[in-house]
Design a protein around this ligand. Structure first.
Ligand SMILES: [Zn+2]
Length: 204
């Protein structure tokens, strides 16, 4: 199948050779604060729109499909998750999600400083829920499994395990800056994973 290339500034007349099924490779579009632009409907762009935005340098590529697009002069993987470079204001505070908690903490255990990927990191209630601790920005931190186990249901001063940074609610700018410090593909295996990690945590 041969499809016209998107109007992205590449040489006129170039075409992109496509394997079947590329239409099933949309990109999840995140705002500059790493939240989807919309959930209902989910903000997905066609691969053509996504590629165009990449070439126009309007977006950062956070994750890619394995599928490669070839043209005579260029070869690249289709983006699966992209984030806008310019924040589209929506008057909202960052959602209290697993992903944003990890992003605030730079995917680093707040007790021992061990870095990890999202799949490896549980999060920890500083004041355990069994002792009245709430699920909130101020009481939930990223923790590695060993620290999580070691701390158990104890209060921080009882076990000498205080978070390195006092947890607080981040603003969108802080999350954006933290996100920029990671290379593409580090944060998300795929946009399916992203949606999982972006599940809103229940505050309470
Ligand atoms: Zn740790």
């Amino acid at each position: 199948m041969v499809a016209p290339h998107p109007t992205d500034g590449r040489r006129k007349g170039e075409t992109v050779m496509l394997a079947a099924g590329f239409e099933r490779c949309p990109a999840l579009v995140l705002n500059a604060d790493f939240r989807p632009l919309s959930y209902f409907p989910l903000s997905l762009w066609s691969w053509q729109e996504a590629v165009k935005a990449v070439f126009m340098e309007r977006v950062n590529v956070l994750s890619e499909y394995d599928r490669v697009v070839h043209s005579p002069s260029i070869e690249f993987k289709l983006p699966s998750v992209i984030s806008l470079k310019e924040y589209v204001p929506a008057n909202r505070r960052p959602a209290f999600t697993r992903f944003n908690v990890f992003l605030r903490d730079k995917f680093t255990c707040q007790y021992c400083g061990h870095p990890g990927c999202a799949e490896e990191l549980p999060f920890d209630h500083v004041v355990p829920r069994s002792r009245g601790g709430r699920a909130s920005w101020q009481n939930v931190v990223t923790a590695c499994s060993p620290c999580n186990l070691r701390k158990g249901n104890r209060l921080p001063h009882r076990c000498g395990m205080q978070p390195r940074r006092r947890p607080d609610e981040p603003n969108s700018y802080q999350l954006q800056e933290n996100g920029r410090s990671f290379p593409p593909n580090y944060l998300h295996e795929s946009w399916h994973d992203f949606l999982y990690w972006d599940t809103e945590l229940e505050i309470g």
